[in-house]
Design a binder for this molecule. Structure first.
Ligand SMILES: C[S@@+](CC[C@H](N)C(=O)[O-])C[C@H]1O[C@@H](n2cnc3c(N)ncnc32)[C@H](O)[C@@H]1O
Length: 310
């Protein structure tokens, strides 16, 4: 199996996170450990990294990949990060947090997972295979309109209706059993030669749904904000417009200016509730350079956003 995963923006992470040598950092999406290792490389012996990985297989791989007493590798969802940070007495002491969303090449290339349309595998797609429903189970339980809703909502694909009809037809006939079957259904609807973008979008829509990825991202960002120190940074690398919208809105809401002078006095309860003295500033949005994409085509759709708590 190919473990090799090229971490996006690796050479710039030090600057985006503004790494302090003795700081505390969280890598919410450990994967194959590329970003965690890069953070460790920039810390002195007193620095700390807490890395989260939801997938037990990637977690065990990670245990063998990094041997460093400054890192705590945690096999849990990043939405639970505050609990761990409180246990270590580090609330409001975290200097930076990184999210590199989606799945790694290690998972994509694993033929027992069903993430890729290029490799035949089971209709599974769960990041944590010990929990939740596989894609096969979802198909078995779903009505036609449920399948349509998933592709529309999480894939935003214009062929959603035709593809969901066909998926439903083949699952009823018991002829939808693996990723190649699903891939062939998409090919039969989208008859153009280069339909890999549609295929990626449709496979991704099922993955996002199965793993509840958008809800977790929203919650993970909120939890991150609660544990960050003053001047702590959040860096998020997303790979589709749905994720990026959540990140953009999160930063926008947290950097809301609370322009109270615009309001009439006395303020309403609602206006007072909105007041939040702790805010974020948006430090920008970045895309990979042409050279980065040449080196790693997988990151062509990556968007990195950085914000700082002030
Ligand atoms: C794109 S990979 C990260 C790659 C990593 N940055 C590197 O350099 O190797 C995303 C990883 O996050 C994990 N993941 C996804 N959702 C998660 C969640 N809610 N909590 C913790 N880990 C998650 C996936 O299993 C996957 O291993």
């Amino acid at each position: 199996m190919n473990y090799f995963h090229k971490s996006p923006f690796l050479d710039k992470i030090k600057d985006f996170l503004n790494i302090k040598k003795n700081g505390v950092y969280i890598d919410c999406t450990f994967g194959c450990g590329g970003h965690s290792k890069e953070i460790l490389n920039n810390l002195c012996k007193d620095g700390k990294v807490f890395s989260f990985e939801l997938d037990p297989k990637s977690f065990f791989l990670g245990k063998n990949l990094i041997n460093d007493n400054r890192i705590t590798l945690i096999n849990d969802n990043f939405i639970n990060l505050r609990k761990y940070i409180c246990d270590f007495n580090l609330l409001n002491k975290v200097n930076g947090i990184i999210f590199d969303l989606g799945i790694s090449s290690y998972q994509l290339n694993d033929n027992s997972r069903g993430f890729s349309y290029l490799i035949n595998g089971p209709l599974d797609m769960r990041i944590n295979q010990n929990n939740g429903f596989s894609l096969k189970e979802i198909f078995l339980k779903s009505k036609k309109k449920d399948i349509l809703n998933i592709i529309r909502k999480y894939g935003e694909d214009s062929y959603a209706k035709k593809i969901s009809d066909k998926i439903f037809f083949y699952k009823k006939k018991n002829k939808l059993n693996n990723t190649f079957d699903l891939s062939k259904i998409i090919d039969s609807v989208i008859k153009k030669k280069n339909n890999f973008k549609n295929k990626s979008r449709i496979f991704q829509s099922f993955r996002i749904f199965i793993n509840n990825e958008l809800k977790f991202l929203y919650k993970g960002l909120e939890e991150s904000f609660k544990v960050l120190s003053k001047n702590g940074r959040i860096v998020v690398i997303s790979f589709n417009s749905l994720e990026d919208r959540i990140v953009k809105n999160f930063i926008r809401n947290k950097s809301n200016n609370n322009d109270f002078f615009l309001y009439k006095i006395p303020l309403t309860k609602n206006q007072i509730n909105k007041f939040n003295p702790i805010k974020m500033i948006n430090l920008g949005k970045y895309k990979p350079s042409l050279q980065d994409i040449k080196n790693n085509n997988r990151i062509r759709s990556a968007i990195l956003r950085v914000a700082e708590k002030i």
